[in-house]
Design a protein around this ligand. Sequence first.
Ligand code: TYD
Length: 152
Amino acid sequence: MQTARLAHSDHKAGPAIMTIESCQVLDLPKIHDPRGNLTFVEGNTHVPFAIERVYYLYDVPGGSERGGHAHRQLHQFIIAMSGSFDVLLDDGQDKKRVHLSRSYNGLYVCPMIWRELDNFSSGSVCMVLASTKYDEADYYRDYPTFMRARWS
Ligand code: TYD
């Protein structure tokens, strides 16, 4: 686990380090309470970007796969709000699979990383915090095009 501070300084170092090494599971604050625990997320504090958008995946049928794309500029933070799933990250050179199953941490994904989500447990909810509003022009949806961009 790392803190957002470490990932933030990575991010500030520039696009040259946009590899899966920059994509880390970050712990979030957790307020323990016998009435029920509480976690919160503040942009530029707990995640290394300002939060402009939130979306979530739910009612995911067993065996489904989501993602299958990369983003040119977008920073994201992926949280398993309920249940669990895997995120496969690919920077064009290296790959890693991250299992998310806790609502008090999440996976930071920097720009220019191909990602796929699978292995969703029944009833799982995947919440994504994003650095910009939805913009289809920011997507690479074709893997060979993404690979050419990574290696150009
Ligand atoms: P997509 O990002 O491809 O979903 P996933 O990566 O989870 O498989 O988005 C699926 C559809 O939803 C696509 O038609 C675009 C639309 N969409 C929005 O309109 N706004 C959003 O914020 C997101 C994430 C998707």
